[in-house]
Design a protein around this ligand. Structure first.
Ligand SMILES: *[C@@H]1O[C@H](CO)[C@@H](O)[C@H](O)[C@H]1NC(C)=O
Ligand SMILES: *[C@@H]1O[C@H](CO)[C@@H](O)[C@H](O)[C@H]1NC(C)=O
Ligand SMILES: *[C@@H]1O[C@H](CO)[C@@H](O)[C@H](O)[C@H]1NC(C)=O
Ligand SMILES: *[C@@H]1O[C@H](CO)[C@@H](O)[C@H](O)[C@H]1NC(C)=O
Ligand SMILES: *[C@@H]1O[C@H](CO)[C@@H](O)[C@H](O)[C@H]1NC(C)=O
Ligand SMILES: *[C@@H]1O[C@H](CO)[C@@H](O)[C@H](O)[C@H]1NC(C)=O
Ligand SMILES: *[C@@H]1O[C@H](CO)[C@@H](O)[C@H](O)[C@H]1NC(C)=O
Ligand SMILES: *[C@@H]1O[C@H](CO)[C@@H](O)[C@H](O)[C@H]1NC(C)=O
Ligand SMILES: *[C@@H]1O[C@H](CO)[C@@H](O)[C@H](O)[C@H]1NC(C)=O
Ligand SMILES: *[C@@H]1O[C@H](CO)[C@@H](O)[C@H](O)[C@H]1NC(C)=O
Length: 809
């Protein structure tokens, strides 16, 4: 079985490498804004790990927790430090910590990990305090931060280990936390610290080496017809129990508890009676192990059913580099927990347990449900009143059978390259009255990816480099009110506006940016924020889904720049495209230029090597950009190369190998009349062309097709040999292997005929970044079957001894 897995992984990764070569182009952000030392930022010399933030719009400050320091920063300009308190570990604590084998300067420090609002003036703060978690109260009065010095035990509220992920949440005066409760970090808990403290059962079926990432609160009691309770949701990953696998596999999970839970009377005393968990499904467009959830953001809606959790996933095996964002509606999650089937453990061999769907009778009140009208009618007003039967059921079966499916069936975004780390989402009201969820996603190399999904089309508006060095973004916070984003890392915090429409200086660029925050203001002829007062009253153009530029005023034709040609010189004609998605098209007279030993086309323009008299003439630099299947051509620059005419030209003495650059010195002795219209090859910039992607099959795609063919064949052969050898190992497998082997030999025949299908792979997989969510891909079931299936069904684990139903045993 492991041989098979290894094989499918190898083939998968081979395919992946070729896929990514294809996809890269389509995953690129439209615009890249490189690091400029213009953004407001904050850091203090000697202080690191700016990892905890609490937005206090009401006080006009951002509270920032770092290693041994807490700051109050001006929310409008975080470079302005209003106040600071230092909370250092005592020498004694540090000594104790190093005595236990921890690193004095790294682990035996106080990392501020918790900042929660208690009331207008007071904040609850916890730090790791040299592997001895401690909490305190922090006040912000008259512009001054002060630690109250009322230190409390922080065990279970804050991790011991500063490198461990954890999550916490304050609801009213109750602190919900998900972390490890012991020094070794081996005893995970989900804890509520309140008058009636509750925690999870210490069983691996509840939590198995979890990595907690996010918690939030959903007010589900509002207008609830069943008298339901409010919930606290928790996102994490843990070791899978539902897969029968040769080694540990992690799975992403969502769990929840009810706010009104009080634990059980005899069973589950002081433990959650409402702890339920389910697997999160986020299928990547390539065969892989389940991706791991890294961060979540809850985009709240007045009607909680319309609230949406946005989650960032990264691969758990280094074979894949695709990160993804999947969105889950709060109501879909609720449906799984309120109505879904449970999984139950079944012993199949001695000391071996499989988790399968529970098909027996489920007790009433439903296990794991909050106290609702059903329970109240049965005279149960508190979880303490619940019968043992219900409690015992849930104690042993906290896992739901079904996974939570993403809102759109598949990922909203798939991105290769630097892994995604954190996410926040803003809901933007566009000019057409529609709301769009704009995702701001931090990466492990210090970038923010600003992305939207327009009806299944993944689109990255821009990427912005926030840090000069490639540091991972470890915290993201958003202030929709201030239209600002705050990003923390080990080395500091950077503040960034949610949009900067002034980056787009023409109408066409403004529209093609498809940024819901920006519209072209016809009156002031500027790309302006849709929120700004000036554009609300006046005519503004925006076309988010289509990128339709037909309403843009006809741009002034590009004026030709005259340029002197001195035979023997190298000539550099600069041309900067507006978009990473555009391709440059250089034309000279009637012909399209390509890089060769005469011309060198690079990102900044064209280099004509050792020009001769025959090179005189008109050069145009055009940009060809595809948006939503349409092609936009436009002229970016026009140069008129004229032969050096005599000694009156200033540059006659230019040494013959010097590169002449029109941007340095003005060679245009005369700005000729506009004439791009007459230039062959560069057509009217305002005519989109509906050219189909799929019609163009590149050589690379054919290569991928062949590669996958080879892979399938190889897998088939090896599986065949393997299944012959392993005949009759397990009853269960024997049964399936028999039919498999038959199918296997038939499969060889099929593969020959499947070439056309395989070819489809290329153009289809591109859509991972450009079109709808109904991707197709090869499904490596691991059992020798290879077929093209809708993405939602992809799981390399299916078929690896995974039993779907109790009745199959
Ligand atoms: C957001 O801004 C509006 C007006 O600018 C203000 O009334 C509101 O209180 C602000 N919200 C918060 C949370 O500060
Ligand atoms: C932000 O504050 C810093 C430090 O006081 C100051 O130098 C800078 O000019 C301010 N920026 C803006 C845009 O006000
Ligand atoms: C805020 O909460 C703290 C801690 O519970 C309490 O001591 C303080 O009196 C409260 N302040 C106000 C203004 O309610
Ligand atoms: C804190 O930052 C320092 C300096 O970059 C780094 O060496 C250390 O690993 C960080 N600690 C944590 C817990 O991230
Ligand atoms: C539950 O609450 C209802 C109304 O609040 C009350 O009439 C009933 O006696 C309570 N039942 C129990 C078992 O406490
Ligand atoms: C917005 O972009 C313009 C043009 O690139 C730049 O000059 C300006 O500093 C940017 N503004 C902010 C707040 O980043
Ligand atoms: C070059 O000179 C023309 C006028 O002859 C002027 O319009 C143009 O702006 C100049 N370009 C540069 C780059 O200086
Ligand atoms: C540029 O050339 C045109 C004719 O080609 C001429 O009419 C015009 O005066 C010239 N302009 C300058 C600034 O030399
Ligand atoms: C745009 O440019 C491409 C590439 O040269 C060309 O094939 C196409 O015909 C042009 N389309 C329009 C509408 O000009
Ligand atoms: C583009 O689409 C329009 C209408 O959808 C159609 O009339 C036209 O023929 C198409 N052009 C091309 C080149 O496919």
């Amino acid at each position: 079985m492991s041989l098979l897995l290894a094989l499918s992984l190898i083939c998968g990764s081979m395919l992946h490498v070729s896929f990514s070569a294809l996809n890269n182009h389509y995953c690129v952000p439209r615009k890249t804004v490189l690091y400029q030392n213009e953004l407001k930022s904050f850091r203090e010399e000697g202080i690191f790990n700016y990892s905890t933030m609490l937005m206090r719009d009401d006080l006009g400050v951002l509270l920032l927790g770092a290693r041994e320091a807490i700051y109050a920063l001006d929310i409008d300009n975080i470079s302005v430090r209003k106040s600071v308190v230092y909370w250092r570990v005592t020498e004694e604590k540090q000594r104790e910590c190093t005595y236990k084998g921890k690193h004095a300067e790294v682990e035996c420090r106080n990392y501020i990990r918790t900042l929660h609002k208690m009331n207008d003036t007071t904040v609850y703060v916890c730090g790791t305090n040299a592997f001895s978690p401690t909490c305190d109260y922090l006040t912000f009065v008259n512009g001054q931060l002060r630690l109250e010095g009322k230190q409390e035990e922080g065990k279970g509220k804050c991790p011991f280990d500063p490198f461990q992920r954890y999550s916490s949440l304050m609801v009213g005066n109750d602190l919900y936390s998900a972390t490890s409760i012991n020094f070794l970090g081996s005893e995970p808990v989900v804890l509520r610290s309140s008058d009636l403290a509750l925690r999870t059962e210490f069983k691996s079926s509840w939590l198995s080496e979890p990595n907690f990432v996010y918690m939030d609160f959903v007010r589900e009691s509002l207008d609830s017809p069943d008298g339901d309770d409010d919930k606290v949701y928790l996102f994490f990953s843990e070791n899978a129990m539902e897969y029968d696998f040769y080694s540990k596999v992690a799975v992403p999970r969502v769990a929840r508890v009810c706010k009104g839970d009080m634990g059980g009377q005899r069973t589950l005393q002081r433990k959650w009676t409402s702890f339920l968990k389910a697997r999160l499904d986020c299928s990547l467009p390539e065969p892989s192990l389940p991706p791991i959830v890294q961060d979540v953001f809850l985009l709240k809606h007045k009607d909680w059913r319309k609230s949406v959790f946005y989650a960032v996933f990264t691969p758990q095996s280094s074979l894949s580099q695709a990160s993804a964002v999947c969105a889950y509606s709060a109501s879909a999650i609720q449906d799984i927990f309120n109505e879904g089937k449970f999984k139950t453990p079944v012993a199949v061999e001695t000391s071996h347990v499989k988790w399968v769907m529970y098909t027996g009778e489920v007790p009433v009140p439903r296990p794991g449900a909050c106290i609702n009208n059903v329970a109240r009618k049965m005279g149960m007003n508190r979880s303490l009143d619940l019968p043992d039967k219900t409690l015992q059921f849930i104690r042993d079966r906290p896992l739901m059978d079904e996974a939570v499916r993403p809102l759109t069936g598949g990922p909203l975004l798939v991105k290769r390259g630097a892994l995604l780390t954190r996410i926040v989402v803003d809901s933007v009201l566009a000019l057409d009255g529609q709301r769009h969820a704009v995702m701001f996603i931090g990466t492990e190399n210090g970038y923010i990816q600003k992305a939207v999904n327009y009806h299944g089309e993944m689109f990255i508006i821009e990427e912005i480099q926030l840090y000069e060095n490639p540091v991972p973004i470890s915290t993201l916070r958003i202030s929709s009110n201030k239209s600002q984003l705050y990003a923390g890392s080990e080395y500091g915090v950077v503040q960034m506006p949610l949009s900067n429409c002034s980056r787009y200086d023409t109408c066409v660029d403004c529209i093609l940016a498809r940024d819901p925050y920006c519209a072209w203001d016809v009156t002031i002829e500027q790309c302006d924020s849709v929120y700004s007062s000036s554009s609300s009253s006046k005519a503004a153009i925006q076309s988010l889904k289509e990128g339709d530029i037909s309403q843009c005023p006809q741009p002034d034709p590009v004026a030709a720049v005259d340029f002197t040609l001195v035979p023997g010189n190298n000539i550099q004609l600069p041309c900067q495209l507006h978009s990473n998605l555009a391709q440059v098209l250089w034309r000279f007279s009637d012909q399209t230029l390509h890089s060769n030993n005469k011309y060198y086309i690079y990102s900044g323009g064209l280099l004509i090597l050792s020009a001769s008299e025959s090179d005189a003439g008109v050069y145009t630099c055009g940009s060809v950009e595809q948006i939503n299947g349409r092609t936009y051509n436009r002229t970016v620059a026009v140069y008129h190369l004229q032969l050096y005419a005599g000694p009156e030209v200033r540059d006659s003495t230019t040494p013959s190998n010097e590169v002449i650059d029109s941007s340095d010195s003005n060679h245009s002795l005369n700005t000729t009349a506009p004439r791009p219209e007459t230039t062959p090859g560069v057509e009217d910039p305002l005519s989109p062309e509906n050219q189909s992607d799929t019609s163009r099959v590149t050589r690379l795609e054919v290569a991928v097709g062949l590669l996958s063919l080879l892979c399938l064949f190889l897998m088939g052969v090896i599986f065949f040999i393997w299944s012959q050898r392993r005949w009759g190992c397990f009853k269960l497998e024997q049964r399936s292997n028999e039919s498999e082997a038959k199918r296997q030999s038939a499969e060889y025949m099929h593969i020959q005929n499947r070439t056309s299908e395989i070819k489809l792979l290329g153009p289809e997989s591109r859509r991972a970044c450009s079109a709808n969510n109904n991707h197709s891909a090869v499904d490596f079931k691991g059992n020798g079957e290879h077929h093209f299936t809708p993405m939602a069904n992809i799981s390399s684990l299916d078929g690896l001894g995974y039993i779907n139903d109790e009745s199959e045993i």
